[in-house]
Design a protein around this ligand. Structure first.
Ligand code: PLP
Length: 421
């Protein structure tokens, strides 16, 4: 009797914890930026694994790397050396410009570790995070997450975390004092509604943090891996964080997280942190293949001085500088993202849309009413997308999405917004 859709879905609901509210859709297969249900119907995927599918589904480079590595060695704790891990860490440091890396398994875990490192390195317990910021769900990272519904049932969380308004330098200035070990924030607040850092904001944050003897920790769990049109989003802001946390798309969908450490942070004392699965060869092989995809340049790019974008958050000249490590896929994410965002600004129905925000292929469309019914209608029309809070429609398409699918989805979104409001 378990061969029908309803029965499988019921079976899943009977035995899972109940914490996830599931959509009425059974996903059985994916290819590129398309998802398929059990009947073979395909959907344009603007959920993108909640940001973990930048390389698309069934990416051949990832499939090959993990198949090969799985037959060789899957697990190998960091009590031993391993050549795949060695190569991956070296490549990650070379490409990112950081000097050391701690490998973990998720975003929250990367932030958890970063908070510990801030205490270790500064001897200070205070952390400044931002309102609407999201850093994960484990107790430490949750302390830095803003959303009250996520935090309140679990109080007391760790001591000494204060939240200041994002894009507000004066409030940060007021909050800094000699107890603050680190300032932790995103380059574009993702879960909090897709709010990008304004030009110059992160530079000012860095300057103030450093003048106060505090570390700057940038959470690139969602913005990393080409999402915003550069391999790491903070490259567009002209800053050099002391610590960067990454996860989501770093290993082509295989669970992985990392803490990137600058020269200034140096090394950690033995046994101050650890993880059983961290740095496992399967994830490292996937990570190495993923890096290869993100950095692949198959044709010469013209000297990078594209025409000034009319998008407000991309006006600063510095933001248009590509680093060598930005591959074709990443450069295209910026171009296609700008084109789609501009198109939406001109064409999305005003009766439905309050504001359109984002960078690269990270979009936030703030609606004049609840997003939930819009998501449902989109799904019926063959497009799956995300919310970011109750009023914002969030799009995180795989960077490999075809032009055709991206534009088709864009037109479906416009029509749907027209019909829904
Ligand atoms: C998703 C996310 C996290 C948490 O990552 P998990 O892998 O789900 O623990 C942390 N920070 C940001 C900015 C995120 O978007």
């Amino acid at each position: 009797m378990l061969n029908t859709l309803a029965n499988w879905n019921e079976l899943e609901d009977q035995h899972s914890s109940g914490t996830y509210i599931k959509r009425d859709l059974q996903v059985v297969r994916g290819e590129g930026a398309r998802l398929f249900d059990e009947t073979g119907r395909s959907y344009i995927d603007l959920v993108g694994g909640q940001g973990s599918a930048n390389l698309g589904h069934a990416n051949p480079a990832i499939v090959e790397a993990i198949s090969k590595q799985a037959a060789e060695l899957i697990t190998c704790p960091e009590l031993f050396h391993n050549p795949v891990r060695a190569r991956y860490q070296a490549e990650l440091c070379r490409v990112s410009g950081f000097s050391r890396v701690f490998l973990a398994n998720s975003g929250t875990e990367a932030n958890e570790g970063a908070l510990k490192i801030a205490r270790l390195k500064t001897g200070r317990k205070g952390i400044i995070a931002t309102m609407r910021g999201f850093h994960g769900r484990t107790m430490g990272a949750l302390s830095a997450t803003w959303e009250k519904n996520y935090r309140e049932p679990f109080l007391p969380l760790i001591d000494g975390v204060v939240h200041v308004p994002y894009n507000n330098i004066d409030k940060l200035k007021e909050a800094l004092n000699e107890n603050i070990g680190a300032v932790l924030l995103e380059v574009v607040q993702g879960e909090g509604g897709v709010h990008p850092a304004q030009a110059g904001y992160l530079q000012a944050v860095q300057e103030l943090a450093h003048a106060n003897g505090s570390l700057l920790i940038i959470d690139e769990v969602q913005t990393g891996w080409g999402r915003t049109g550069s391999l790491f989003a903070h490259w567009q802001d002209g800053i050099q964080p002391d610590i960067v946390t990454v996860a989501k798309s770093m290993a082509g969908g295989i669970p992985m997280g990392a803490i990137l450490l600058s020269e200034k942070i140096g090394t950690l004392d033995p046994a101050t942190h650890g993880s059983t699965f961290g740095g496992n060869p399967l994830a490292c092989a996937a990570g190495l293949a993923a890096l290869g995809e993100y950095t692949k340049l198959t044709h010469q790019h013209a000297e990078e001085t594209p025409p000034p974008s009319p998008l407000p958050e991309l006006k600063e000249g510095e933001q248009y500088v590509h680093r060598e490590a930005d591959g074709d896929m990443v450069r295209r994410a910026r171009k296609l993202g700008d084109e789609v965002r501009l198109h939406l600004m001109d064409n999305a129905p005003e009766k439905a849309v309050r504001e359109i925000r984002g960078r690269g292929l990270m979009f936030g469309i703030e609606l004049r009413n609840k997003v939930a019914p819009v998501l449902k209608m989109l799904q019926e029309r063959g497009v799956v997308a995300l919310p970011a809070g109750p009023m914002v429609l969030r799009l995180l398409p795989p960077l490999v999405i075809t032009d055709e699918d991206m534009w088709q989805a864009t037109h479906i979104i416009e029509e749907t917004l027209n019909d829904a409001f």
